[in-house]
Design a protein around this ligand. Structure first.
Ligand code: GLU
Length: 303
């Protein structure tokens, strides 16, 4: 199959979408993104990588980072994490506070902000440097040593992060954080504000397509843990539109408000698409449309 052409065709089909959405503006540094930016990359388990459009341009990975914090926290610390965070779709916006009170400070899943704060806290406990661990992992898996945090985006998030700070303090009030709230928030913002390209993230995402094996062939996760992460991605990875994403795309995937979506093709590879215009749920409009076109053309959904 001509993967290059497949990506171009998927993007072309997506461009016919009637709307483009709008870049996130609640983090001012992200509002400056160009909604016309659009790139897509596919990396195979064998190590080949194909791309189209702005596939080599770094963007703010935002919540796509939550997939990596989860994988690293489970790899380093095992199943104990599941006592502190659930694995059910929340049916609420990603930054909602309401469920936390009724559920006693145990966030519904690792991909809403509340859950990601607990996972970041766990990774900080295990490594002493949660954001650094994510950056190192991305560099190693992509072969791109230049991947780093965009400090201006992290600072912009911190300045406007009242809701995340509220979530973190609320969780801490239930005893579900082990580190000081300020450290957890700083690491959370620093891993969300990592800049990486579609090329980089597609290469990184292969560890889930390879059932837990890293790029160098070493094992990060058991097959069972890799399967579980893919399951949580499918059910919770795309905000409270995960049902719609499963319906249209049918792959485990994680989106971020920077406009990136990383999707796993189990046994085959990983695809990353980026375009900053978001729909009402926070998912990239062109990104989801391109993945929809790709799985429709190839039949590569998990169903
Ligand atoms: N850093 C962003 C926030 O906490 C991540 C949101 C996202 O991409 O879902 O609001």
């Amino acid at each position: 199959m001509d993967y290059q052409q497949l990506l171009r065709d998927s993007m072309e089909t997506a461009r016919r979408a009637p709307r483009r959405g709008r870049p996130a503006d609640y983090i001012p540094a992200l509002a400056e993104a160009d909604p016309e930016s659009f790139g897509m990359a596919l990396a195979t388990v064998e190590g080949e990588v194909f791309g189209a459009g702005d596939w080599e341009q770094p963007f703010s990975i935002q919540s796509v980072s939550k997939l990596f914090t989860l994988a690293l926290a489970l790899a380093e610390g095992g199943d104990d994490l599941w006592h502190r965070v659930g694995r059910e779709p929340s049916g609420n916006p990603f930054n909602s506070l309401v469920q936390l009170e009724t559920e006693q400070g145990i966030p519904r899943n690792p991909f809403i902000n509340a859950g990601a704060l607990v996972v970041t806290d766990r990774l900080l406990e295990l490594t002493g440097d949660a954001a650094g661990a994510v950056r190192e992992f991305l560099r190693a898996e992509s072969g791109n040593a230049a991947i780093s945090t965009d400090d201006s985006v992290a600072a912009s998030e911190a300045r406007h992060g009242h809701r995340n700070a509220a979530l973190a303090h609320f969780i801490a009030s239930y005893g579900n954080l082990r580190n000081p709230v300020d450290s957890v928030l700083a690491h959370y913002y620093a891993h969300c504000a990592i800049a990486a390209s579609c090329r980089d993230l597609a290469l990184v995402g292969r560890f889930l397509a390879r059932h837990g094996l890293r790029a160098d062939g070493s094992r990060l996760l058991t097959r069972s843990v890799a399967k579980r992460i893919n399951a949580v991605l499918l059910t919770c990875g795309t905000y409270d539109a995960a049902g719609d994403f499963a319906f249209r795309v049918g792959l485990p995937g994680k989106s971020g408000v920077g406009g990136g979506v990383l999707a796993v093709l189990p046994g085959r590879g990983a695809v990353c698409v980026w375009s900053p215009g978001l729909d009402a749920a926070g998912n990239s409009v062109l990104g989801v449309a391109a993945l929809d076109a790709l799985t429709t053309a190839t039949g590569w959904s998990v169903f």
